[in-house]
Design a protein around this ligand. Structure first.
Ligand SMILES: CC(C)(COP(=O)(O)OP(=O)(O)OC[C@H]1O[C@@H](n2cnc3c(N)ncnc32)[C@H](O)[C@@H]1OP(=O)(O)O)[C@@H](O)C(=O)NCCC(=O)NCCS
Length: 163
């Protein structure tokens, strides 16, 4: 079995990324997006992202299977925001770290001076990953996001200055 590789996504990857994304959304605990995923709208958005010089879409692939993806967008004011997911079966084997390392390099290449993101306070794996790469907690949005259940969730704001 070949090792996984991280590379820029192509339009041909979009369906597989959507499958993975839907799977992680269905877990209901990690991502901002809640089920059901509007596949057509997402596919259109991600195809546009692949062609946009201010965005990057990365995939981790092994034997033709997409194990993880990361989307990054640089705002006009120079901050790159990112979202990522690794399929449940492939967590804990370095896929997220490899995607994030490449994303930080990509953000630098795109001229960003900082990478920023939000993460749920209960997401220990993501918090651990981001801290490992030098992100620090800059604040907390309290009772900020209304979930379909009616619950109001906090979010931790994290940042990694690149300059
Ligand atoms: C967060 C996520 C992307 C991490 O990806 P991963 O491939 O499992 O991470 P890696 O195996 O590369 O681990 C890298 C580092 O992350 C941290 N980490 C990973 N899993 C962890 C866990 N369960 N608890 C604490 N820290 C953890 C560790 O610092 C780890 O480094 P180490 O192996 O040297 O200890 C993955 O768990 C995931 O996709 N979760 C669901 C979606 C999600 O939460 N997306 C982010 C939303 S903000």
């Amino acid at each position: 079995m070949a090792a996984f590789e991280v590379r820029p996504a192509t339009a041909a990857d979009v369906d597989a990324i959507l499958d993975l994304f839907e799977e992680v959304v269905a877990e209901g605990r990690w991502l901002g997006t809640q089920a059901p995923v509007d596949r057509a709208e997402r596919a259109q958005r991600w195809r546009a992202a692949i062609d946009d010089p201010r965005q990057a879409m990365l995939v981790a692939v092994q034997d033709g299977r997409v194990l993880g993806h990361l989307g990054l967008e640089v705002a006009t004011y120079g901050v790159a925001s990112l979202g990522m997911a690794v399929t449940r079966a492939d967590r804990g084997r370095g896929v997220g770290g490899a995607l994030l390392a490449e994303a930080i390099a990509t953000a630098r290449r795109l001229g960003a001076h900082k990478v920023a993101l939000q993460v749920w306070p209960h997401n220990a794996a993501a918090l651990g990953l981001y801290r490992k790469f030098g992100f620090v907690e800059e604040g907390r949005l309290r009772r900020h996001y209304r979930r379909r259940s009616g619950e109001l969730w906090d979010a931790v704001v994290m940042g990694l200055p690149l300059d």
